[in-house]
Design a protein around this ligand. Structure first.
Ligand code: AHG
Ligand code: MN
Ligand code: MN
Length: 334
């Protein structure tokens, strides 16, 4: 058995050879993402020892309380991508406005990121994540990154996440399959650990903050009633799994099958999760693995972008489970 393994960098180079449309620049960007992920994995791991837990006492762009690690993660991701010179601007959960980086011709990409997903988990040693979506700019002459993002759909050239859990895992797609890498801390390298991930057509778990079920569309409550009924022949009941970190719950659904949903509720009439840097990157990834992602009524990747911090309802995971959820929702609105 080989003791060498395939590094993230090697994998990206080989991907590019297989898919020449994935330009050389993309590898540079993904390598920088890997670099930022290593810094974050290190800092998250020792946050309790170096005074990085807790709040900074400010609210972020979308009104959430900011954790020290939110700020650190944002600064790290922004700096890592800015170093490449390939990014014109960055949309981040932690920044009110688009951060303009470069107007030069080679800055052909826009990064949308949730630098630290699941930040309610920072102080309890729970799972965290970083989500990213890379957009190719339609034009590179004018420097109006915000204007380029609005009005289009959230189709990306590459997308993925890093999950900081019992190990640090980086999962990405350039549209052709999905690959996962685990950080070997001693080597300081991401090594291929999940080759060609396929999302099972159906799962046996559901992830949602069911404390809010009373505020949801009755069709969603009927869906939960259905999947939690005992019927061994049809693989029910499903188990409930909810970590408070979208990345961790979607990772479970991607690898083992299952469904995650965050519908509109009284506090979040449009849904809670953000289209550009939470829902759309995960939708690209899950779809590339054979799963589905929708608002419940419309494919996430077909939702027109109206604002950079736009929220949408999300249901994502195994294709059959998402289809079932949609059919319950449609039936209740008939
Ligand atoms: P973030 O930490 O980036 O603000 O994201 C939190 C998101 C998502 O990761 C998670 O699934 C959901 O919000 C949890 O929300 P509730 O606490 O309302 O369940
Ligand atoms: Mn998030
Ligand atoms: Mn976040």
């Amino acid at each position: 058995m080989s003791s060498c393994g395939v590094t993230l960098n090697r994998h990206i180079i080989e991907e590019e050879q297989r898919h020449p449309a994935v330009a050389g620049e993309l590898s540079e960007l993904l390598v920088q993402l890997g670099f930022a992920a290593k810094i974050l994995a290190r800092e998250i791991g020792r946050a309790a020892l170096v005074g990085k837990l807790g709040l900074v006492g400010e609210k972020n762009a979308t009104g959430d309380s900011q954790k020290k690690l939110d700020v650190f993660a944002n600064d790290t991701v922004v700096e890592a991508f800015a170093q490449t010179g390939l990014v014109a601007g960055i949309v981040s959960e932690e920044l009110d406005e688009v951060k303009e980086i470069s107007c030069e011709g080679k800055a052909r990409y826009i990064l949308c990121t949730d630098p630290l997903d699941g930040s309610s988990n920072t102080d309890i040693n729970g799972a965290l994540g970083t989500i990213f979506g890379l957009y190719r700019r339609s034009r590179t002459c004018a420097c109006d990154v915000r204007g380029e993002i609005l009005g289009r759909t959230a189709e990306q050239v590459a997308a993925g996440y890093v999950m900081y859990g019992t190990s640090t895992v980086l999962v990405y797609t350039c549209g052709h399959g999905v690959s996962g890498f685990t950080l070997d801390r001693e080597l300081g390298e991401f090594l291929l650990s999940h080759e060609d991930i396929r999302c099972p057509k159906r799962g046996h778990t559901y992830s949602a903050n069911v404390a809010r079920a009373g505020e949801w569309d009755p069709g969603i409550r009927k869906f939960i009633e259905y999947v939690t009924q005992s019927d061994r022949a049809s693989g029910r009941p499903y188990s409930l799994r909810y970590t408070g970190a979208l990345v961790a719950d979607v990772h479970r659904s991607l690898v083992e099958g299952g469904i995650y949903f965050y519908p509109p509720d009284l506090g979040h009439p449009e849904g809670k999760l953000r289209l550009l840097y939470e829902c759309a990157p995960l939708a690209s990834l899950v779809e590339a693995a054979g799963g589905r992602a929708s608002t419940g009524r419309q494919r996430i990747l077909e939702v027109p972008v109206k604002s950079i911090h736009q929220r949408v309802p999300l249901v994502i995971g195994s294709a059959d489970d998402v289809a079932l959820y949609q059919s319950f929702l449609a039936a209740s609105n008939r």
